[in-house]
Structure formats: C-alpha cells, structure tokens
Design a protein around this ligand. Sequence first.
Ligand SMILES: Nc1ncnc2c1ncn2[C@@H]1O[C@H](COP(=O)(O)OP(=O)(O)OP(=O)(O)O)[C@@H](O)[C@H]1O
Length: 461
Amino acid sequence: MQTSGVRRLVRAIAIEDDRPQTSMQITATMSPNLSRPTRYVKSVSQQKSESYIQLNQYRLMEEIGQGSYGIVKLAYNEQDKNLYAMKVLDKIKLLKNFACFRQPPTRHNKPIPSTLKNPLQLVQREIAILKKLSHPNVVKLVEVLDDPSDNYLYMVFEFVERGAVLDIPTENPLTEDTAWSYFRDTLRGLEYLHYQKIVHRDIKPSNLLLSDSGHVKIADFGVSCEFEGIDAFLSGTAGTPAFMAPEALTEGANHFYSGRAQDIWSLGITLYAFVIGSVPFVENYVIALHKKIKNDAVVFPDKPDISDLLKNLILGMLKKDPGHRLMLHEVKNHDWTTRRGTCRMPTEQENCSLVTVTDEEIENCVRVIPRLDTLILVKAMGHRKRFGNPFRQNVKVNTTGSMRERRKSSSVKDPTYVPPSVPQINGDVNNVDRPEISNIEKGISTLEITIEKPKAATARH
Ligand SMILES: Nc1ncnc2c1ncn2[C@@H]1O[C@H](COP(=O)(O)OP(=O)(O)OP(=O)(O)O)[C@@H](O)[C@H]1O
C-alpha cells in the first residue's frame, strides 16, 4: 500500500476518535518504539462498527498482504497511536497443512523433542524466537493474541510501510547503488540471525520489507530454525524452490547440509534478482528447476549491465559446492560490499548481541485473550466478593440448546467477522442482557476449576 494512503488513513482515524485530539493523534507515527519488551494483554474489549473490528487496543483496518496461512491486516493501536501489521493465522489450516508443507527440519545435533511435535507448539517456538529478536534489520514481533476458543491467532508486527522491497520478475530492477544499500541491510540482519543461532531458510525479495526511511527488514520466519553449536545441519527441503541451494535438493535420510550456507545461497539469488529483475534459474516444473539449480551455470544477461565486482560477489555466493561458497564474513568484506574498503560493514560484535530462548519463554510466549464473558463474570464476582456465579440461578435449563447456538454464532470464525454488540466490561454487569448471561453460563466449568486453583487462574489471565 502507498505510504501516503496509510497516512491519510491514520489521520482519518484520529479525527474519528472521540477523545480530545492532539497533534500526536493527528500525526500518528509509523515507527513505534520497538526496543520496549513485548506488552502483555491484561483485558479485552470488542467493539463493532460499520467500518472496522476492534481487538483489544487494535483497530483492524484494510488488508495489506496475504500469506499461506492467513492474511495480514493494518492495525491501528489506539493506545500508542501507531500502526502495526497484524498477521491473522488460521489455526485449523495450520494444523492441517503445517506438517505437510512446513515440516521442521531434522537437526543432526538437536532432535526435536516429542513434546514439541504439535504444529501449534512449533508456531509457539517460532513466536518465542521472534519475540527475542531485536535488530533494526529484522521485523519486530510486538505482541501475540490467542484465544483458545477462536480459530485465529493474531501476531502483531511492527508495520514496515513500503512492503516487499521488490516484486519479481520485473522490467525495472534496482540500480546497483540501491541494491548495495538494501543488500548491506539484509546482510546485517542475517548476520544477527546467524549470531543468534537462527537460520532463516527463506531469504528472498518478498520476505525483505522496506521501511519509510529506506531500510530493509527481514520478515517471515515460518521455516526458520534454531541450531546449537556452529551451524544448523539440515535435511529435507523448506523455503522457496527458486531460492534453494543445490545441496538442499538432494533427498536421503543421511544427507545433511549447512543452514548458514543455504542462507548465503538464497542471499546470492536475492542479490541477483535485485539487479537483474528475475532469478537465475527458472523452470515451470519443480524437478526440472532442481536439475537446473544443481547443474546449470549462473548466466548474466547483457542488460541490465552490472559491474564485474558485483558479478564476482554473486558468483562467489552461488558456488554449487557449499564448501567453496563464500561465508558471511567473506561476503561482508567483499570489495563490492565495502566499496573497495571505503565503506566497511560493522563488526559482528557491533552488530549483534546474543539472546537465548528458555523453555518457559516458549511455553509463555502466547498471551491468552480471556473471553469477554469470562471477564464479565470475574468482574461480577469481584463486586459480590464471592466466587459463586451470580448469573447461574437466572438461567433456565431448557434454554441450553439455543444458548449453544448463540455462543456458536458469536465466536469469531472469520477475521472480517464483526461480533454482535456486547456490553462494556466496565459497565454494570447486572444490566447484562439475557443472551450475554447465556454466554457467561457457558464459562462456568472453567471458572469453577479456577475457584479451586486461584493461583493458576491468576497466571492464566
Ligand atoms: N510487518 C509488515 N509490515 C508491512 N507489510 C507486511 C508485514 N508483514 C507482512 N506484510 C505484507 O503481507 C504480505 C504477506 O506476508 P506473510 O508473511 O503473511 O506471507 P508471505 O511471506 O507472503 O507468505 P508465506 O506465509 O507463504 O511465506 C507480505 O508479502 C507483505 O507485503
């Protein structure tokens, strides 16, 4: 989406907002303070309007992208007046397809523990990794919202205004100067990831997003993985076929390849695409494409004309044998990258600092959004200073069937679904209409357990 369009949208939202307007609100910023730790969700409210859905502090707006498992929507945070990109993941689709298309790599030195085999747990691992990452050239995951009774999981990312750096194939590739700048940003982000012992496995132009200030941020960690020791020893294929290294295309139970070298290859294909406008190996059928990647030499067309130094770098990154391929520090120090030593890259130490992800963090990386009805019930209990359900006696037993129907129809099955009008949490719970009482009634079993284990309940919410 065009940046000016987004700015107009933000201005419109700020004006629509019924709170007193300040210049801050009118000029909502695109780049929030991303160094702060991920905020935790403590309460939820849902509102409907003809033009938007509100999820907690986020007003969901227009769609800005589509991935394999869901859509990405622009979201306006009413608290900090910033825009975010909210990825809406379909949990059912994930459960059905993840194992087939996004199988986690088998790692030589780190077998996947049986407790992590559930695909949603693998998403949690991905989220836990993402939450830890904090680098100007890596997209920041700000918050995750997850309601166990909702089919969707919401990942809130910093909004990177200009979207994918380049759509390929294109007749208008980047100039060598622009490619130089974007490439160095990507290299910085990738060095940081490798330093954090993460291989991305899907570096390509559409996963490199461009900020308003003209800087590149690496996105989409759907097939990335952590490693121990000096490198990831991978088997199996993952990522995008045209960007896969030759060694990743060999099948076999005992065939392992270097994750770092695979990322360098993909970066080489990406650099080629930046300046040529298309990838070097193109075929309609995957088997034929694999054959080309394994056997064919990289050829540069006459037009656009690129420097010999750049060709040399690309060819060094696209050596078929990973043992002869340039390593990341060699790419950083290549004459094209440093403009013959006049523009050196920051050292690894300057660029990186190590993060570790504990099992507890993986476990707790997703915030549960408590259901609105649960919150109303808890609030009512608070008023009465008693744990008993204040609404239970009012509900007729023979209405259960219709209650179930109403509950079913009020759950969010579709991200564009606008929930029915519900009372505000801080409203008078005694004025709650019968349909809402029926929803509350459905939460009784959970809350009765909660009463017996008050500590666990506190932790959950
Ligand atoms: N943080 C963001 N800021 C701005 N736009 C984004 C952001 N994240 C994603 N997008 C947009 O949404 C599109 C879809 O992103 P997403 O990561 O869901 O899928 P993908 O990378 O295209 O596909 P897949 O999930 O199949 O790998 C991107 O191509 C990009 O244009």
